[in-house]
Design a protein around this ligand. Structure first.
Ligand code: MG
Ligand code: ZN
Length: 224
């Protein structure tokens, strides 16, 4: 019985990987840097995108796909930053898969997009398994959570191209041990750069924006 379940899952993932490959080809064709943003619910993915889109759109053409089980609340917030955005409602699914992202791309101006942010469903478990064709995986956590998150959910952190620590303005008010968190990240994902900032105040976001601009320049082969 157990073996049967494993077979079904591997078939699902095989199909997903094939569609992810199609997405990757689309991103290559349109020279789009696709960034998959992953975190628990409430870490500040949408707040980060509102801030980041507002800054990056001065230099690059930005689009966003955002996944949630229900509502268009996040897409509406991000639309306020003045960038094209499409909401994917996953119903009961606790992650985005490559097909959902592919469907959302039909509603976005790919020819006029340099960087695409994909806000995944808030979940640190299965989004780690579902490739959506992105070039970069960004994992976000906040100081309102525990510094042991990287140890508890290693697969998602091990595959991160960078890790962001949000809500640093709350540090004086919470028991979050920032040094311990940095040590945990060094153990689990030693090569991922770590950015620490507050999306509420904006403090510390510059280094994150510069990192993204650097990644886009490397992909496009031009300065920006
Ligand atoms: Mg959100
Ligand atoms: Zn899931």
């Amino acid at each position: 019985m157990a073996a049967k379940v494993i077979t079904i899952e591997s078939n699902i993932l095989k199909k997903n990987d094939s569609i992810a490959g199609e997405n990757r080809e689309l991103f290559r064709k349109y020279r789009i840097l696709a960034v998959n943003l992953l975190s628990s619910p409430g870490s500040g993915k949408t707040s980060l995108l509102v801030r980041t889109c507002g800054v990056l759109k001065k230099k690059l053409r930005v689009s966003v796909s955002v996944g949630d089980l229900q509502t268009a609340a996040d897409a509406e917030r991000i639309a306020g930053a003045g960038v094209p955005v499409v909401q994917i409602n996953t119903g009961t699914a606790c992650h985005l898969d490559a097909n959902m992202v592919q469907q959302s791309l039909k509603s976005l101006p790919l020819e006029q997009t340099d960087i695409l942010f994909i806000e995944n469903v808030g979940n640190l478990v299965c989004p780690a398994t579902f490739d959506v064709g992105e070039q970069l995986k960004v994992v976000l956590l906040s100081v309102a959570e525990g510094e042991e998150k990287p140890l508890k959910y290693p697969p998602i952190f091990q595959n991160a191209d960078c890790v962001c620590i949000n809500k640093t303005d709350l540090l004086p008010h919470v028991d979050f041990n920032l040094n311990q968190c940095r040590d945990n990240l060094k153990r689990i994902c030693p090569h991922a750069p770590v950015f620490e900032f507050s999306c509420r105040t904006g403090e510390g976001l510059g280094a994150w924006h510069d990192w993204l601009l650097g990644k886009w320049s490397a992909l496009a082969g031009v300065e920006c």
